[in-house]
Design a protein around this ligand. Sequence first.
Ligand SMILES: Cc1ncc(C[n+]2csc(CCOP(=O)(O)OP(=O)(O)O)c2C)c(N)n1
Ligand SMILES: CC(=O)[C@@H](O)[C@H](O)COP(=O)(O)O
Ligand SMILES: [Mg+2]
Length: 641
Amino acid sequence: MILDKINGPEDIKKLNKQELDVLSQEIRDFLLEKISTIGGHLASNLGVVELTMAIYLAFDLPKDKVVWDVGHQSYTHKILSGRKAAFDELRQFGGISGFPKRKESPCDAFDTGHSSTSISAGLGLAQARDVLGEDHYVVSVIGDGALTGGMAYEALNNAARMEKNFIIILNDNNMSISENVGGMSTYLSSIRTGEGYLDLKKHVTNVLSRVPVVGDSIIEKISRTKNGIKQLLIPGMLFENMGITYLGPIDGHNTKALTRAFREAKKLNHTVLVHVITQKGKGYSFAEKNPSRFHGVEPFDILTGESKKEKKNPSYTDVFSKTICRLAEADEKIVAVTAAMPDGTGLKRFAKQFPNRFFDVGIAEQHAVTSAAGMAAGGLKPVVAVYSSFLQRGFDQVLHDVCIQNLPVVFAVDRAGLVGSDGETHQGIFDYSFLTAVPSMSVFAPKNLWELMDGMEFALSYGAPIAVRYPRGEAYQGLKEFRSPIEFGKGEMLYKEKDIALLAVGSMVSTGEHVREKLKADGWNCTLANGRFIKPFDKELVDSLAKDHWLMVTMEENVLQGGYGLNITNYIHENYPHIKVVNIALPDSYVEHGNVSLLRKGLGIDSDSIIWRLKKEYLDLERQDTEWKHYKDETGKEKKE
Ligand SMILES: Cc1ncc(C[n+]2csc(CCOP(=O)(O)OP(=O)(O)O)c2C)c(N)n1
Ligand SMILES: CC(=O)[C@@H](O)[C@H](O)COP(=O)(O)O
Ligand SMILES: [Mg+2]
């Protein structure tokens, strides 16, 4: 196998033309075999095999720096840089990440995960190079989807002033996760459907032979050519007019043409954008036909394309999807906004049913939030459905555009809590902290399937900013018997006893159920309350628990800092200083990729770890007597029976 010869970044350069052709096929087979077994991002990776090979042929890694936008398409890069043996553990706990990580390889120049950062980061690397007087190339690889994000435009605007080499490779497969949207996408389509691929050698040289700049490289000729002639030559005039040399479109599955274009791009002393046309899912018919379905996959059967995972119970996303459609049928002011995630957020159903009330704004969370604020100011009831980690992008817009004006925007915050294999960049573990910090924002977290339905209905009738936050995966179907009406700022008592109170929110209510069962089996009295509202939290509920519990355990799937537990703790310390409080929450750190149950265990938020901690810190028998003594002293009353 040719692939066996690839163990480091220089190895591909030793191959001849035929071997390169075989290599691209072997890489596709390898990707298909591994991803069909363990899951991961498939279609984008199948599309960039030749593009990545050409980068390795034209540049010298790790000396030259390549920044991959989002980074979900970096698998061939990982293979070529010498990591193929680690693919059995891709995206699994302790294994390699599905995204570039500087700590993983010197060939990973910059960590990515969220979209549209690559041009800014690449430009920064190039500026560092120039200030430090170093000599290497910097390349940012950005997809057409990522080019819908605002950061990319801020960076292009800045990159146009560059007076040294900086290369942007635009990987245009005419797809985001779903269909790409918007004016830039239309513009790129017009180039794609234009004259066909740029054949640098024949076409451009022929045309340029009429231009009086002999002796230069092709790319130098193009860049020195007068604008009028360029208009005839160059499809990407939008970039040209900004001051960025456009080169393309190039056939993204022709390694030779790509390598030649990249070598030409290296000759310029400013920013050059190489426009590469690829096919998402290339080489696997099911993914070619349905790139959205094969964007990110669970293990599947290569022959049939069918998922190997058994049909699951409805996810929270499914529940949200159906609920918003049901509510929108009854209220035509309800509109829905997504930042390029109609599939992932479940808004696809809404888009089909209410096409005129659905807005996919591209990968543009900031714009999604502010445009929703505008819609609310204009009299609509917008629901912004967004993953927790991507909402981080829209923080200022939540504060500045929605909350200062107290506008009734509902945030359906999906993938909140630990998401698993995507790791650090995608864990939704900060939203309680950043949302509760904003005045006039309320935050609600359902304990199960039915509470999400009721919570959405409540949120849409509330009339002010509110976030409904729920996790990735199956909706919890336990605790069905508890369905008291949602009241603003009020929690819900589930099992009322005394001594130990578990006060849990969102996904941690079901964990609380297990903790309580185990504590009871060990002879402890234990109350379980569902906080429901993270902000404002239910003070009356805390007051009532304070009457007959000496230990209060708060439980949340969010970092401790700024989260639910610390707010409760402050309140208890101020008002009931004799009560012990334990905060079960995530630590002040980034959580790497891995299976969610493993991560929960490792981070101490699964039921066994919680019991272990409670027993170790508070519930051994000697301590128990001490705690009661302390409690009696503080209150002056004998509480123990
Ligand atoms: C800020 C942010 N929002 C949303 C996403 C989810 N996301 C990941 S890849 C992707 C589509 C990217 O499209 P493109 O750049 O064209 O790459 P392709 O998958 O087509 O190769 C989206 C929306 C993200 N990673 N970051
Ligand atoms: C790369 C990226 O940001 C998305 O593809 C993300 O991995 C989707 O996550 P879900 O699988 O949770 O929809
Ligand atoms: Mg794309």
